[in-house]
Structure formats: C-alpha cells, structure tokens
Design a binder for this molecule. Sequence first.
Ligand code: JFZ
Length: 446
Amino acid sequence: MKTISLYICLLGLLCSTMVAQERYVPSQENLDAREWFEDARFGMFIHWGVYSILGDGEWVMNNQDIPADRYRLLPTFFNPTAFDAEKIVTLAKEAGMKYITFTSKHHDGLAMYDSKVSDYTVIKSTPYQKDVLRMLEQACKKHGMKLFVYYSQLDWNHPDFYPRGWTGRKTGRPESGDWNAYLAYQDAQIKELAENYDIAGFWFDGWWDQAPGKEDWHREVDYRISGNDWHLEKTYSMIHDINSALLIGNNHHEMPFEGEDFQMFEKDLPGKNTTGFGGAGISQLPLESCQTMNSSWGFNLQDTKEKSEKELIQFMVQTFGNGANLLLNVGPMPNGEIQTQHINNLKAIGDWMDIYGQTIYGTQKGPVSIEGSMTSTRKDNSVYLHFYQLDQQKIELNGLDAKIKEVILFKDKSKIKHKRSNQGVVIEIPTEKQDSIVTVVEVVLK
Ligand code: JFZ
C-alpha cells in the first residue's frame, strides 16, 4: 500500500514537473524580433472600423447600448472610397515610425480583413469589399515597415460569446451560447491572420472583459460574472507553432502571462496608472506605451481634447526614456482619411525625429532622470538627456558617475559647460540654447 501511494505521489510530481516544464522558451527568431522591436521604438496604432461612421469612438456599440442586429446595419453603408493605405503608411514612415498596429477586429466583432471563418467582414458585409489589412500589408512591405495586428478577443457580436462579461450586455443576443465554440472561432481567426498575412505579431485586447480569477476587476459593477477561461496558453502556442518569431502582447493590464513577448501600457508610462485600469508592474519583456492624440482611439467627432504637438513629443521622449516604445494612435474618419490636425502632429513629430532620431532608435533606458523634467536614453558611450521641462540654467545630474569626455548640445554640437559635484555632475544650459519642446544634451562618456 505504502509503495503504491509512493508511486502515485511520484507520478503526480512527475506530471506537475512535466506541466511546469511547458514553460514558454522564446526561439532565437523571437529574441531577434524582440531586439528589432526595442530598437524600432516608435509605431502607429490605427483604430478603424465601421464604428467610425457614428463618430463616437470605438466603444459606441456598448456605450449607446446598440443591439447587434441594429449595429449590423453600419457595415451595409461602410464605403471608405478615400482610404489610401500607402498614404497612411508613408505618413507613419515620415513621422519616424517603424511599424503599424492595425485593428483587424475590434470589440464590435467585424473583421477588417478577409476572414474565411466569418461573413461579418469588410469583404462580405460592406459595399467596400476590399481587404483593408491586405492593403496595409502590401503598403508596409513596399515601404519597409512592419505590421502588427490588434485583435479583440472580446466580441459584442458573436452569439457564442457567452456567458457575457462586463461589457456588451445590451446587444440583444440570446442569453445562451457555447464559450468553447467561440474560442474555436477566435483561434480560427487568429490562425488565419498568422498564416495568411505577413505580420510581425499580435496586440490582443479584451481579456479584461472576463478577467478570470480577478474578482477585483469588476468591483464597480453590481453583477457578478464567472470570468470564462480564455485558454491563452493554447492560443499562444498555436501562434508560436505557426511562426515562433511572432511577437505576442496582451492588453490585460496584469504582469505578462506565460507565452507573451512584450508588455504594453495603455495611455501610461510603464508602471504608471493615471488611467485607473493600469497599475501592472514592469516586466523584463520589451515595453510599449500606447497613446491617443485626443482622448479617443476610434474616430470621435466631438472629441476636442487634442494634445498639442509639444505634449505629444514630450510624452514620446518620456516613453523612450523609460526604455519603452511609443504606439501613437490615429482614428481614420469614415471615408478613410486621417483628420488634418493629426496629420500635422505626425509631420511635426517627423521633423523632430529627423533631428533627434539618433538619440532614440536603438537606445536603452538612460542612467539618469529628473522627475517631471528630464529622462535619458543611452547608446554606446553616449547618454542623451531629454529635458522636457527646463526652468533653470544650472542642472545637477545625480548618479552620472562615469568619466565624461564632453557635454554638447545635440542639435548644433556646441559645447555645454559641466563640472563634477558630490552628487554627480552639474551642467549649464544657457537659456538661448534651451528648446521650448525638448532640449537634448549629449553626454559623451570616456
Ligand atoms: C482597450 C479598448 O477597450 C479600447 O477600445 C482601445 O482599443 C484600447 C487600446 O484598449 O482599452 C481599454 C481596456 C480596458 C479598459 C478600458 C479601456 N478597462 O479595463 O477599463
């Protein structure tokens, strides 16, 4: 009896170790892709779909409690004749962006690509009948840009997305459905995206609608949800089996899960939580902050909370100074064009990157920063100080102990006075050398 129970324990132990051993080990191709991603630093997020027609952002179906059968009218008159994938890709490239992340399917469930497992697509449900993702893929290939796909696991249209989560509860769908059938549908779409399109990775979203095992996630709603299991490991290993280089990120606002390759922060710098639904710690994975130009992701007619070019560039350098990428969003209008102000923002950022790109691409998080005033990046023997708030000429940099060869103003290479201090080094930036947006100083180390 003792020996039998001993064998059972050993067997149990063996199994648990076997399962534990299923830890995700990124391939060399994946690690190379991560390195490319970190060096690239800057991408364009594109939130575009039939929701753009209503000009009330990408959550309009949920926020206006639009029943699914009513919402399905929208695709029937979605015909963006002015959409020009090459124009948008070129705009991104000239802004200094190296990749694009496009909403292949958002929460409303409509596929903005030629899905073979659904009729609810831009091909089969709209008069436009063009594969928007394919058009972006071709333009990215032509202009040497990489393409990621945003994919919402949350689906307010699919009848089998059941039991419902904390959103999409007023869509008029029957109070029934087969969750596993929905997961099979989701994985079939993810499989076809990974196999049929030349993409660099996935930007998943919607986990938080269920947030299995995370009771505190839905504290402000007066009903309890079961929090269905997303079987993410199964989905992630399916993707990496198809192409191990594909980079997977999931906007679940938790510390990264097994199988993920990068960590994103929504509308926040890494580790910050100004949105209230952030707050995850900072992992060792490549990092990416995503941000809107106004306060909406999808086109929003009445959203005038526009960030200025200065605010956008100052947030941008802070993400880079925190060792993270920036994924800056555009929400094309129903005709497919981008609002003029957002085009101008991108042009201004492009002009800035033309001068200072060397202090951004391929850099790591810098060794020094001053809260509310300066962040830094580092590459080889150079530390690049990005002062986004300067109201004095003498600045003490604590913690820069390395031996300094010279300190120069990056844009004109003119010398900047500096002398050692107990804390580190004091540099002197005369007012006339200071820039109203970001003053960039290069510290060349010995
Ligand atoms: C999500 C999407 O809902 C949004 O539409 C957009 O795509 C953005 C990039 O990602 O934003 C969220 C995610 C989670 C919460 C709110 C907005 N949340 O949990 O409160």
